[in-house]
Design a protein around this ligand. Structure first.
Ligand SMILES: [Zn+2]
Ligand SMILES: [Zn+2]
Length: 78
């Protein structure tokens, strides 16, 4: 009884962990964000770098273009 319960908990925990990993993988966008990046980001990209502006780094981490620097993002579909 005790064993089967801990086994069930283990299976549930494993399924949860797999779900988290899967979600993290699908959440990480490898493609460029839609819309247009800001000028600073375009410049950095042309130089083979990524823009190091804090605002741009944050926006890129969220899979977006930095709107503060003139980038645009597609309107949310909701
Ligand atoms: Zn930038
Ligand atoms: Zn920026």
């Amino acid at each position: 009884m005790k064993l089967s319960r801990s086994l069930a908990a283990f299976v549930a925990a494993s399924a949860f962990a797999v779900g988290v990993v899967f979600a993290a993988e699908t959440a990480a966008p490898k493609a460029k964000p839609e819309g247009n990046p800001g000028k600073c980001c375009v410049k950095a990209e042309a130089a083979g770098k990524t823009c190091d502006h804090k605002c741009c780094v944050e926006a890129n981490a969220a899979g977006k273009n930095c709107e503060k620097c003139g980038g645009t993002n597609p309107a949310k579909k909701s």
